[in-house]
Design a binder for this molecule. Structure first.
Ligand code: ZN
Length: 312
């Protein structure tokens, strides 16, 4: 397969993979959105149980007070009735005591009952509004859940389509390259980027990480006989003629500072720049070896500096 076709395939695959990974992360994250609401609902239900227990307690207190009050009333009334039939002063005193005690008790009980009934109606009101809150929360969650389910369904449908396209594109591509490519895209969203030459071809720049790459390496990318990975960001590189001459890039050696436009930022023998053409053949041979090492290293380390093990 021509390298250009490989790059075209990889670019298409990249578009598919970017969509695929975004859908997969939505599939994973969207169901979580509802978790806070579900936790809140659980807390509300627990509190409702406590409040309901409180309501039951107050209610039984009220019932007991009503019975006690009935007894006190009966005791007072029977005392009052018996008053008509008494014959001795002693009987009168005993009866009078019974009546006044029953009356006092009756008054106390009425007061307490009033208090407890008021509390009961407050607790009941509170309980009712809690119940309403819970059912509205449940409804919200159900609505949200069905929205999420719908979304997940459409994501899955979309993923199936993407999978089919992916299966169409992948044949013919080196599976190891594809594996690396997928890892890079998962982390950086772009796995294949252009190299553009700057300063009249003295160096090239990776448009993925904006690092300056050696001219010889860029030449190899331009010749396109192999797949080359950026030694800095591990992305697959293809060559593209530079269009914007004023573009400035970060120079790795200078610790990320912007390079001077007059400085090519790469060549160590600035003063010899003009004579460079004569030496180029021998110099390039040296660089060739360096680049071969660079690429080997890149291959064996699974495209570091991207950390392959940190699955987060
Ligand atoms: Zn790069």
């Amino acid at each position: 397969m021509l390298m250009k076709d490989v790059f075209d395939k990889l670019k298409k695959l990249q578009d598919i993979l970017v969509k695929k990974y975004s859908l997969e992360s939505k599939l994973k994250d969207e169901p979580k959105q509802i978790n806070t609401s579900k936790e809140l609902l659980e807390r509300m239900k627990k509190e409702y149980i406590d409040k309901n227990q409180e309501y039951d307690n107050v209610k039984s207190t009220v019932l007991k007070l009503r019975t006690d009050l009935d007894d006190a009333v009966k005791s007072r009334e029977s005392g009052e009735k018996s008053m008509d039939n008494i014959t001795t002063h002693r009987e009168y005193e005993a009866l009078d005591k019974q009546i006044s005690e029953a009356t006092a008790k009756e008054q106390d009980l009425r007061k307490e009952l009033q208090k407890q009934e008021k509390m009961l109606s407050e607790v009941k009101e509170n309980l009712d509004s809690y119940e309403a809150m819970i059912s509205s929360q449940e409804k919200d969650i159900n609505d949200h859940q069905s929205d999420i389910d719908k979304n997940l369904e459409s994501y899955n449908r979309e993923l199936e389509k993407l999978k089919k396209e992916e299966d169409k594109i992948k044949p013919g591509l080196d599976s190891e390259i594809v594996f690396k490519f997928e890892r890079i895209i998962e982390r950086n969203s772009k796995g294949i980027v252009a190299v553009r030459s700057g300063a009249g071809g003295k160096y090239g720049v990776c448009t993925g990480c904006h690092m300056i790459l050696p001219a010889q390496f860029v030449n190899e990318v331009r010749e396109g006989e192999n797949i080359y990975f950026c030694p800095y960001c591990s992305r697959i590189l293809y060559y593209e003629e530079s269009t914007d001459k004023d573009e400035t890039f970060y120079n790795f050696d200078a610790g990320g500072s912007l390079i001077d436009e007059d400085d090519d930022g790469y060549d160590e023998n600035d003063e010899n720049n003009d004579d460079r053409d004569e030496d180029e053949v021998s110099e390039n041979e040296e660089e060739n070896e360096d680049e071969a090492e660079l690429n080997e290293e890149n291959d064996s380390e699974e495209g570091s500096p991207v950390d392959e093990d940190s699955e987060s």
